[in-house]
Design a protein around this ligand. Structure first.
Ligand SMILES: [Zn+2]
Length: 166
């Protein structure tokens, strides 16, 4: 919840979409680079620690295990496997939503991390853990360097699992 009164419309951008899912991605230099890569290329920036062989996504500056700077970056296609999901019937203020919203955590193929985001183009009762999902992006000219440049993740047709390239 924003504590300050919003003075300009641009400042409200981060709060579009009822839930503040941008928070965890916008902080700091690494987050900025992640969002710029999404905006410019439609790709997700990951970083690999050669010592621990962990591929972080979104890419942080340092490995959480050995604290080495992470310089080995990878750009990954925005697709992966649905690990879990939840259906929201109320917004953060407790108001009933006109339509329930589905949020899912997608493990991005080729990484050890993933993204929490909306799921779309699927009925709630048809969602299954392990489904292969891909991001639906805004057209490039409409992207704003926000995690909401991804509109939502949708199932990849005729496929139940995405093993990725690893
Ligand atoms: Zn490490």
């Amino acid at each position: 919840m924003p504590l300050e009164r919003i003075q300009k419309l641009e400042e409200a951008r981060a709060w579009q979409g009822k839930i503040p899912i941008e928070n965890q991605y916008t902080a700091g230099i690494a987050g900025e680079k992640f969002l710029r890569t999404l905006q410019d290329k439609g790709m997700l920036l990951a970083a690999r620690c050669p010592e621990d062989e962990i591929v972080y996504l979104p890419a942080p500056l340092y490995c959480e295990r050995c604290f080495r700077p992470l310089q080995e970056e990878k750009e990954l296609a925005p697709r992966g496997e649905l690990l879990t999901f939840t259906i929201l019937h109320r917004d953060l203020d407790g108001q009933s939503l006109a339509e329930p919203q589905v949020l899912g955590f997608i493990k991005i193929a080729g990484s050890d991390g993933g993204l929490l985001h909306y799921l779309g183009e699927i009925k709630a009762e048809e969602i299954k853990i392990g489904m292969a999902m891909q991001a639906v992006l805004l057209p490039k000219e409409e992207r704003q360097g926000s995690i909401l440049d991804i509109r939502y993740f949708r199932p990849i047709p005729n496929q139940t699992r995405d093993k990725g390239s690893a």
